[in-house]
Design a protein around this ligand. Structure first.
Ligand SMILES: Cc1cc2nc3c(=O)[nH]c(=O)nc-3n(C[C@H](O)[C@H](O)[C@H](O)COP(=O)(O)O)c2cc1C
Length: 339
């Protein structure tokens, strides 16, 4: 029976425990998308605190694909050296490190750029009306995902995660709520999935054979005009066919009213995807009670557990959970003396 502090292997990636640091934008990158000292402190502390797999925050595959002007970029080779140093540093603590490849689409707030989306529908009245992408422009963004994946590999990341959730560009295409196109990228489910499938296949070409490809999706849109969890489970089967090795299952974000949050509120979606598509999954969403995290892994409702805000509060959340559950987790240097 797997447990939270048991190692996990997928393809060439070996993670020392089942704890994932959920990707969380820090909005503290330089304006040009390069990382700052903050990122060394932030990610380094969680690596020192025992996290098995760190997924670095949503990083824009284009400048206009960043959520804000202070997000990390992966749209230039200039972004590689800083990230490479960050990955090397986290590796010294035994953590594995991935990065989330993202395009914010109609939810971008980058000041000097226009927003883009499948259809010219703003996210809410507070957002700009996006430009409806042409098929040629769509292909250029697919290529940008590929180039970003190449840079992630060059920076030494152990895995990459395609951000297909939270109402950002890929999710916008998947959803009939935000995608009203009448060409081959809109209409039927197969057409709405086409952009995601193109991105998966393009990214796959850039990463080594033994590197697992992760993808985050929103399993529920909490909106009648959107897709359902059952439809997402069906879509995941095809993402798997196209090359996704593990799903990170979140929800919401494409509709301005957020859902009700309670401990483990998204686990049922992770469980559904895991069983329907028969691939490993990461569960996320208020799983920062160690007992709940352990329950999710032991009952095989998910293979890994991602913690977001719990790790903002406590960089040593993994060690705190190990203490609470009576497990060993080695801390670096004199930090051992703290326990
Ligand atoms: C400050 C902050 C930034 C976030 N940025 C991202 C992000 O870059 N990519 C993403 O997929 N989710 C992002 N999220 C969502 C988290 O990864 C996570 O799914 C969510 O917070 C639920 O997990 P939690 O209850 O453990 O915090 C962010 C959440 C927070 C609080």
């Amino acid at each position: 029976m797997p447990s939270l502090f048991e190692s996990f292997t997928i393809k060439g990636l070996q993670v020392k425990n089942r704890i994932v640091m959920s990707p969380m934008c820090q909005y503290l990158a330089n304006g040009d998308g390069t990382i700052t000292d903050w990122h060394f402190v932030h990610y380094g502390a969680r690596a020192a605190g025992g996290v098995g797999l760190i997924i670095v925050e949503a990083s824009g595959v284009e400048n206009r694909g960043r959520i804000t002007d202070r997000d990390i970029g992966l749209y230039s080779d200039e972004h590689i050296p800083g990230l490479q140093r960050l990955v090397d540093y986290c590796h010294t603590f035994g953590s594995k490190v991935g990065i989330q490849l993202a395009h914010a689409g109609r939810k971008s707030e980058v000041v000097e750029e226009a927003n883009v989306a499948p259809s010219a529908i703003p996210f809410s009245e507070k957002y700009r009306t996006p430009h409806e992408l042409t098929t040629d422009e769509i292909q250029k963004i697919v290529e940008a995902f590929g180039q970003a994946a190449r840079r992630a590999v060059a920076a030494g990341f152990d895995t990459v995660e395609i951000h297909g959730a939270h109402g950002y560009l890929i999710h916008e295409f998947l959803s009939p709520y935000s995608n009203r196109r009448t060409d081959e990228y809109g209409g039927s489910q197969a057409n709405r999935m086409r952009f995601a499938m193109d991105v998966i296949r393009r990214v796959k070409r850039e990463i080594p054979e033994d590197m697992p490809l992760l993808m985050r999706v929103s399993a529920s849109e909490y909106e009648a005009a959107g897709y359902t969890p059952d439809e997402m489970a069906e879509m995941v089967k095809q993402f798997k066919e196209a090359g996704v090795d593990m799903m990170d299952v979140s929800s919401g974000g494409n509709y301005p009213i957020p859902p009700t949050h309670y401990p483990g509120y998204q686990v049922k979606f992770a469980d559904q995807v895991r069983r329907a598509a028969e691939l490993p999954v990461i569960a996320v969403g208020r799983l920062d009670s160690p007992q709940l995290a352990e329950e999710v892994v032991r009952n095989q409702r998910a293979d890994l557990v991602a913690v977001g805000r719990g790790l903002l509060r406590d960089p040593h959340w993994a060690k705190s959970a190990a203490v609470a559950l009576g497990n060993d987790l080695e801390m670096p240097g004199v930090y051992k003396m703290g326990y």
